[in-house]
Design a protein around this ligand. Structure first.
Ligand code: UDP
Length: 341
């Protein structure tokens, strides 16, 4: 199979590229490196069944050409991270909606399969956990920037399913819940790499709000396993599928667990949401996926336990720090250390 991954130099995209190559598939990646990093795919460069293009998904002629050469597109290119969404709403909305339009339009011309990455954010403020794919989406007002991410992704879903029904394009929508693991950067505010980095540096661990909000963390290697199985299952066309781990932990609990597991002396501090994200920010209290549909369709569900994930993230961050220290020593730029984490 020939696979195109938009956003393939990102955290999930790069792991997915490796997973697909292991399957014996040919993999092309397009990424504008806005939030992805060339470092994530540099090790794949010598592989004869791998190629990459550094460009934006807004480049419609290029995307058309890349889609012509593949059987299935994983459309992962999107604005990521609550911090980016709150700080750059125009970019969020345009990237998410226009990028998906370009990909679907090109795929429709040749009837190529498309897997669109959506997000658990679309469930919004729904309190009916676990979230099932057919549940109502409960969004907040348009005056609160955070909801632009959920709404733009919900529109991507509508568009994908419209192409499926009206133009018979085999589109599958996946809703990714909090996905974590090596290569995820703390730069865009995601909680696990942030806490691990803070614990490794013995800096205060910053819990936003009262820490009672709960999340489920899915290991990235489990997530890409699910995606590879979806690629092998054409009957998933027209479906919306949750992908995540259904084991819950509070964010306060996560801070304690990271600190204990990494033997850190960090103190845990509580920061009001308004100081973290600005006035009027709304957080979700609980977000648990129902993975029954995923399991039924592809016979797999993310299962890696949190302690193993924390270890993997800490190990990779420490290794990256060693490389950064080395580079900093060579260039006398000590500030490079842990900047990349
Ligand atoms: N969070 C936190 N401290 C941080 C970053 C995030 O307490 O330094 C909280 C955030 O408010 C949310 C949870 O951790 O309740 C998960 O945040 P993340 O941005 O990773 O993902 P989200 O679930 O919000 O999309």
């Amino acid at each position: 199979m020939r696979i195109l991954i938009t956003g393939g130099a990102g955290f999930i995209g790069s792991h997915l590229a490796e997973r697909c190559l292991r399957e014996g598939w040919t993999v092309s990646v397009i990424d504008d490196l806005s939030t992805g990093s060339f470092e994530n795919i540099a090790h794949l460069k010598g592989c004869p069944t791998f190629d990459y293009t550094i460009d934006t998904v807004f480049n419609a002629p290029l995307v058309s050409e890349l889609i012509d050469g593949c059987d299935l597109v994983f459309h992962l290119a999107a604005a990521v991270g609550v911090r980016l969404v709150v700080d750059s709403p125009v970019r969020t909305i345009e990237t998410n909606i226009h990028g998906t339009e370009v990909v679907l339009n090109a795929a429709a011309k040749k009837g190529k399969r498309v897997v669109i990455a959506s997000t658990s954010e679309v469930y919004g403020k729904s309190a009916k956990v676990p979230f099932r794919e057919e549940d109502d989406l409960v969004m907040g007002p348009t005056s609160i920037g955070r909801w632009s991410y959920a709404c733009s992704k919900a529109l991507d879903e509508f568009l994908g399913l419209a192409y499926f029904y009206e133009k018979h394009v085999p589109v599958t929508v996946i809703r990714l819940f909090n996905t974590v693991g090596p290569r995820q950067t703390a730069r865009y505010g995601m909680v696990l790499p942030t806490f691990v980095r803070q614990a490794l540096l013995h800096e205060p661990i910053t819990v936003f709000g009262d820490g009672k909000q709960r999340r489920c963390f899915g290991y990235v290697l489990d997530v890409v396993e699910a995606l590879a199985r979806i690629a092998k299952s054409p009957q998933t066309a027209g479906e919306i599928i949750n992908i995540g781990n259904d084991q819950e932990i509070s964010i306060g609990g996560l801070a304690g667990q990271v600190r204990a597991q990494l033997g850190s002396s960090s103190e845990i501090v509580f920061i009001p949401y308004k100081d973290a994200y600005g006035e009027g920010f709304e957080d979700m209290l609980r977000r648990i996926p129902s993975v029954a549909k995923l399991e039924r369709l592809v016979g797999f569900r993310p299962h890696t336990p949190l302690p193993a994930i924390i270890d993997a993230v800490a190990q990779e961050m420490t290794a990256r720090e060693a490389v950064a220290s080395c580079t900093a020593a060579a260039t006398s730029a000590p500030e490079a250390i842990l900047e990349h984490a």
